[in-house]
Design a protein around this ligand. Structure first.
Ligand SMILES: Cc1cc2nc3c(=O)[nH]c(=O)nc-3n(C[C@H](O)[C@H](O)[C@H](O)COP(=O)(O)OP(=O)(O)OC[C@H]3O[C@@H](n4cnc5c(N)ncnc54)[C@H](O)[C@@H]3O)c2cc1C
Length: 548
């Protein structure tokens, strides 16, 4: 078998390595237009920041190692330009000398990844501007930082790549501003979780401007970027990083007659076949099935690229392994703050037609008395009708990958909140609380589903509603330190005798630090005849907006 693979980063090299193991007699060739193969794209921000010191640490395997250890031919700086599906050939241009080589194939795997989007604005082609996609970009950015001339940087795009770059530029002593077109950073996360992350970034001296578009970059006489202009402000910018999204890199495939959706992602079935015989597509260039909605989605992640790259090899001759799809599980570390998501967001769940209930529950990530415990905030999204867990997001300075992975498995298995509440999870004080954070969140959700309490998320709390009665039941010292504007303070132990100070006819939202005292307060108010009572989900701990 002649196996030809176009693209040699995550998906392509994974496929090549497994193909060599499974088909010892095959000729396996990777062509890639890049200078490098098999590098860890996900590690690029940390190389820029210096946490990863040498570029070679990011390179998993060199072309020489592929050749000598795996008998895989890797041609770098070779660009596939034409796929002839009938003749079973690919024309490849040698970028070193401009000559074309025609490669015959029996099986072809397309793993051409994605391309960064470049805003079409004046100044976009100045110097000291970079995308962050490949190792060359990271080397270029690091070299710019090493000149010592970069004092201010603007990162365009508040997705996880833009934010990781912001963190790492900041670690290098650069004053960073992030501009995000949408109203919230971190697409895919619920707005109050994204707002918590933005708050943390600001506390680490990274400016975050949402709802603003970059309109122009101004340069100096040497054509170097010096200033970025947005719809809201002018920002000093010795460097501009474009992290404003990516699109599938599929022009060559589409020109060959391979089916793609309007956004350009190659449509594949669950065995990763394209519509043309003997041609497969994997990684960022290909669609994946969302496990919950069954839709073909663009989910460009290293985890998916590695899985599909490995899996496709099983299906080269017959369909033996199905790709089970994605839940959009992602995680990000920004300074000492962590945020992860899996499954549907609240909005995605509503768009999919679910009657949604949510909870936002702060807990320590291990026993509250154990040294080193840190707060995490768990958001669960469930279907009121079936009690199925639909989505989860966890953020905080504590450990979030463990709950996110647990909850992701729960969603994949179609778990209900009752089943989540009954999970037998590992416990000892250094690792967890006796009631694990996910179980506590499930129990709060069960209370809500049973109608025992109604919650309002920080995002949905309408502070400008003149009828709103916001009751803070924390102690007076807690209230003085920081409170939501407009809140009335009656500590929980004084609520019973002082209940007459409140108007039972007004909609009342009760808040405390994490939710427990607010729950008790809400029950007290309901017993006293207040008709419209809710608690603020997550309390002050999960309140991401202004306080006074
Ligand atoms: C900065 C950064 C951080 C990231 N962090 C994470 C993370 O933390 N977690 C996570 O899950 N994912 C992360 N990702 C995403 C992850 O890196 C990608 O999903 C993954 O690299 C996709 O692999 P791929 O092989 O499909 O495509 P790519 O990595 O894009 O590789 C495709 C290769 O094909 C080459 N190519 C394209 N067209 C041709 C052609 N015509 N001829 C020859 N060669 C061609 C390209 O030049 C490229 O070298 C991150 C990405 C970036 C950029």
């Amino acid at each position: 078998m002649k196996l030809l693979i176009i693209g040699g980063v995550a998906a392509g090299t994974k496929a090549a390595a497994r193909a060599r193991r499974e088909y010892p007699d095959a000729t396996v060739t990777i062509v890639t237009q890049d200078d490098y193969v098999a590098y860890a794209g996900c590690g690029l921000p940390y190389f820029v920041g210096g946490e990863i010191t040498e570029a070679r640490e990011l390179i998993v395997r060199t072309p020489d190692e592929f050749k000598h250890e795996n008998r895989i031919d890797v041609l770098t700086r070779h660009q596939a330009t034409v796929i002839d599906a009938t003749a079973h050939t690919v024309t490849v241009r040698d970028l070193n000398n401009g000559t074309d080589i025609v490669f015959p194939y029996d099986k072809l795997i397309i793993a051409t990844g994605a391309l960064p989007l470049i805003p079409n604005i004046p100044g976009a082609n100045l110097k000291r501007i970079s995308t962050v996609r490949g190792l060359n970009d990271a080397l270029k950015i690091r070299a710019m930082l090493d000149t010592g001339k970069i004092k201010n940087a603007v990162v365009v795009g508040g997705g996880f790549i833009g934010l990781e770059m912001a963190e790492n530029l900041s670690r290098r002593g650069v004053q960073v501003a992030v501009i995000e077109l949408k109203d919230a950073i971190l697409p895919g996360f619920d707005p109050e979780i994204a707002a918590l992350v933005a708050k943390q970034l600001r506390e680490h001296n990274v400016a975050v401007y949402t709802g603003e578009a970059l309109t122009e970059i101004i340069g100096n006489a040497a054509s170097e970027a010096t200033e970025a202009i947005t719809t809201g402000r002018r920002l000093p910018a010795d460097m501009v990083i474009f992290a404003a999204g990516i699109k599938p890199n599929t022009a060559v495939a589409i020109a060959a007659g391979i089916d793609a959706d309007p956004r350009g992602m190659i449509l594949v079935d669950e065995y990763l076949h394209t519509n043309l015989p003997d041609i497969f597509a994997v990684g960022d260039c290909a669609s994946v099935r969302n496990r919950q909605t069954d839709a073909d989605v663009f989910s460009p992640l290293g985890s998916t690229a590695n899985k599909t790259g490995r899996l496709v090899v099983a299906n080269l001759f017959e369909d033996t392994e199905k790709f089970s799809g994605v839940l959009g599980t992602t995680i990000v570390r920004l300074f000492d703050y962590h945020a992860g998501r899996t499954g549907l967001s609240t909005q995605e769940a509503k768009d999919a037609g679910y009657d949604v209930e949510t909870v936002l529950v702060p807990t320590p990530d291990r026993a509250h008395y154990f040294p080193g415990n840190r707060m995490i905030i768990t958001k669960l999204i469930a279907d009121r009708a079936t009690h199925k867990l639909l989505g989860a997001q966890v953020a905080g300075t504590g450990v979030v990958d463990k709950p996110i992975d647990t909850l992701s498995v729960g969603i994949a298995m179609g778990m209900t909140i009752e089943q989540l509440s009954g999970m037998d999870l590992a416990y000892t004080p250094p690792f967890a609380s006796a009631l694990n954070s996910s179980i506590v969140a499930a129990n709060v959700m069960l209370n809500k589903l049973a109608g025992k309490v109604r919650g309002v998320s920080p995002f949905d709390l309408k502070l400008n509603d003149p009828t709103l009665q916001l009751l803070d039941v924390r102690t007076e010292p807690e209230f003085i330190i920081s409170a939501i504007p407009g809140a009335i303070n009656i500590p929980i132990e004084e609520l019973h005798p002082r209940i007459g100070e409140l108007d039972p006819t007004r909609p009342t939202v009760v808040v405390c630090k994490v939710g427990r005292r607010a729950y008790a307060g809400a029950l007290e108010l309901s017993r006293a005849g207040f008709t419209d009572v809710a608690i603020l989900d997550g309390g002050m701990t999960a309140w991401p907006y202004e306080t006074e």
